[in-house]
Design a protein around this ligand. Structure first.
Ligand SMILES: [Zn+2]
Length: 246
């Protein structure tokens, strides 16, 4: 899950609206109509689901409330917003929310999880125990780990595992082509921009620093300090010294 840096109230974002108007927008503390935060969020962190990482057209993206409205979370506060696809938002529903979760704007959520060629996503068992618990809580909340045949399988409309599986296959194929110089970094970046699944590509391109650097620099809001440029852009602690350093 791509770790991101959310802008703060008072910061400026720029985007082009559907009338081709260049908009310069100052982030507000509150959005009385929370849908108004969608363009600013998309400008800040890109048009991707914050959880499953799929690319979404702007009209399909939803402003997601981390602390659910039905459980007392603020309807209007910028600090309670992320972007989300319909599936993740539906699965997430109205769970009770507290500090016991990893979040992509607060934690290094690329460190939290591991992806594999089957399309599964699991908690990284090399991170500290408390971090593992909080990472697992986010998986349980979003149902991202649902997988066919498992006890808690996906609903009929939930293909998130399959998008990961297909992205892994393609990324593996493109890595070979890239090493054979049949495709370029630009090809890879434009593919990931069109489809998403950032973490799959970042995982598969381990060891190819130039592509990893572009995946960080070319995707809005990616937390660059979450990765060690001196060690092949491997993930590093985002909150060192805290009980949950990830
Ligand atoms: Zn999603």
């Amino acid at each position: 899950m791509r770790p991101v840096e959310k802008k703060k109230p008072g910061d400026i974002v720029r985007y082009t609206d559907s009338n081709n108007q260049e908009i310069e927008h100052i982030i507000q503390e509150n959005y009385p109509d929370y849908g108004d935060a969608k363009f600013p969020l998309a400008s800040n962190i890109g048009q991707y689901c914050s959880y499953c990482e799929g690319y979404e057209k702007i009209h399909s993206l939803e402003v997601e409330h981390m602390a659910a409205k039905a459980k007392g979370g603020s309807r209007t506060a910028w600090n309670n917003f992320l972007l989300c696809c319909k599936i993740c938002n539906t699965v997430k529903g109205v769970e009770v929310i507290n500090d016991d979760f990893h979040w992509p704007h607060l934690n290094n959520t690329f460190y939290s999880f591991v992806y594999d060629e089957t399309g599964r996503v699991k908690v990284n068992d090399s991170i500290p125990a408390l971090s593992q618990v909080r990472a697992q809580n986010l998986l349980d909340l979003t149902g991202l780990h649902r997988y066919p045949g498992d006890a808690n399988g996906p609903t009929p409309k939930d293909f998130r595992w399959k998008y990961r599986y297909e992205a892994w296959k393609l990324a593996t194929d493109w890595k070979l082509k890239f090493l054979d110089r049949l495709i370029t970094e630009d090809d890879i970046i434009s593919r990931v921009k069109d489809k998403g699944q950032w973490s799959i590509w970042f995982t598969v391109f381990k060891g190819i620093d130039s592509v990893r650097a572009r995946l960080i620099s070319d995707f809005p809001g990616t937390c660059a300090s979450c990765f060690d440029a001196n060690n092949h852009y491997e993930p590093i602690e985002r909150n060192p010294g805290s009980p949950d350093p990830i």
